[in-house]
Ligand binder design. Structure first.
Ligand code: SAH
Length: 472
């Protein structure tokens, strides 16, 4: 199986920097299922081509204990096409061999990784279930010119008709990392091979490598369904995350400014973040989560405190995470600091193993962004499954809204708020949660208190009972 990537960018040999592979060398990489070789059939200033040759170990595959080909029919293992076609094996090889290029990193020439360059890709054999039509529907909306040559099932027997195998050429002008993510996701999607197991980690991979282009791709649904091997639960979850994120991003900037404007005159955000940091310090937490971390304002404060040895920021919005990463100068942190801070995309509406094993969690001005029917899933995911010893949670007190002169009567502080609670509503919810999940809870007002309506922000601090943290 051969994949070539060519460019006529000038100087074209810059492709070597982008791929982190020297044009004059042949390099080989051992993979679980065979060998990958990278070399350059041509490397001139006017044109440069890099080739990734994948040599899949067909015999090794069959002998694997749960080989994916054994179950179909008796001879399946002997007529498998896997060694000869572009499939998820090629995606794995790309992620392994071109990992920096795939994530858009180029240490020596960072500006080059950001540059859109003319690129041409050739895939020697790409299986397309759905034919040329689907191939075009997947790549053309992303700006590619597609050329496809379909192969006959067997040239000696024309009656047998066409196969599902194509030789494909794709041309476009974009950043190399974008092109690699398109291939990484869409090759297995076209192949649509269903015979191996996928789990939750696949959602993470899909969203990570498709964050900028899948949200509004016209074939979003079939891409997600096929990538996740038609598993209904995973597909539903991934689509929900994409939509949640999309809705979130659409209004994000406006919303953030809106809420900040409303609350600005009392400097509420600053008071809130300082209070939460203090609570986490006082409870002795060392490993902390900031769930729905947004653009990372709390993370910045937590980083300034030596007590916190491990700090994790999670948000459903890739966009917010990118801003957080920039504001925290993540790329310039030392390796040691990078070990201390970790940012990842995820949704509070789902259980997530990555959140287990922490002793403090902050959920600051986030729950009011969740649909009320999702709240029960959030409660179980955080208080039953992740169950940190301390949870600090804040939300607006709707009673205080009458004090904001620039907020129309009856409106929430933020367009995306699904609800805002009175003090009674919040406290009865929080007491219920504490009871159901064996926590105790105390409440504190945040911000200046006014007669009858209380403070603008309400905070609950939950402390876990004696029960051991779940680890499975
Ligand atoms: N905690 C931050 C941001 C609050 S704004 C602060 O105090 O500044 C609410 C944040 O919650 C947004 O960044 C939004 O993307 C995130 N969010 C909304 N729904 C979420 C969900 N289901 N899972 C995780 N984060 C979510």
């Amino acid at each position: 199986m051969l994949l070539t990537i060519s460019t006529a960018y000038s100087p074209a040999t810059d492709l070597g920097y982008l791929l982190h592979k020297h044009p004059a060398r042949i390099q080989s990489f051992g993979l679980a299922f065979g060998q990958a070789h990278v070399f350059y059939p041509e490397a001139r200033t006017e044109k440069c081509t890099a080739a990734l040759l994948l040599d899949v170990d067909a015999v090794g595959l069959i002998r694997r204990p749960h080989g994916q080909f054994a179950e179909n029919f008796a001879l399946a293992q002997y007529v498998s096409d896997r060694p000869y076609v572009a499939s998820s094996f090629l995606s794995v090889a790309i992620a392994r061999v071109f990992s920096s290029a795939l994530s858009g990193k180029c240490k020596e020439r960072p500006e080059l990784a950001e540059t859109e360059i003319p690129l041409k890709v050739k895939l020697s054999i790409l299986p397309c279930r759905g034919g040329e039509k689907l191939l075009r529907r997947l790549f053309e909306p992303l700006g590619y010119t597609v050329e496809a040559e379909r192969h006959a099932l067997d040239t000696r027997f024309p009656d047998w008709g066409e196969s599902r195998y194509f030789t494909v050429t794709l041309e476009t002008t974009c950043r190399l990392s974008e092109l690699l993510t398109h291939l990484y996701i869409l090759m297995p999607v076209l192949d649509d091979e269903k015979h191996y197991w996928v789990g939750d980690a696949e959602i993470e991979k899909l969203l990570k490598h498709s964050n900028d282009w899948l949200a509004d791709h016209p074939e979003q649904e079939s891409i997600v369904r096929r990538y996740l091997k038609h598993q209904r639960r995973l597909t539903r979850q991934a689509l929900a995350q994409l939509r949640e994120e999309d809705a979130q991003e659409a209004d994000e900037t406006v919303q953030a400014q809106e809420e900040e404007q409303v609350e600005k005159w009392i400097g509420l955000n600053e008071i809130r973040l300082a209070t939460v940091t203090e609570v986490l310090k006082q409870c002795g937490a060392r490993r902390v989560l900031d769930l729905g971390c947004g653009e990372g304002k709390l993370l910045r404060k937590l980083l300034a405190e030596k007590q916190f040895e491990k700090i994790v920021g999670m948000d459903v919005s890739h966009h917010a995470l990118r801003i957080a990463q920039e504001r925290l100068n993540y790329d310039r942190l030392t390796e040691k600091q990078k070990q201390r801070l970790c940012l990842f995309q995820g949704s509070l509406s789902y259980r997530d193993k990555r959140l287990v094993g922490y002793d403090g969690a902050a959920v600051i001005e986030v729950i009011e962004h969740l649909d009320l029917p999702r709240l029960a899933a959030f409660e179980r995911g955080l208080f039953e499954f992740a169950c940190p010893r301390t949870v600090v949670l804040t939300t607006p007190n709707i009673e205080y809204n009458v004090k904001f002169e620039n907020l129309q009567a009856g409106r929430f502080r933020h367009k995306d708020h699904r609800f805002e609670w009175t003090r009674d509503e919040f406290q009865s919810w929080a007491v219920g949660v504490a009871k159901r999940f064996d926590y105790t809870v105390v409440f504190h007002p945040i911000g200046p208190e006014a007669e009858d309506v209380g403070s603008p922000t309400q905070m609950a601090v939950f402390t876990r009972g004696d029960r051991e943290a779940r680890t499975t």
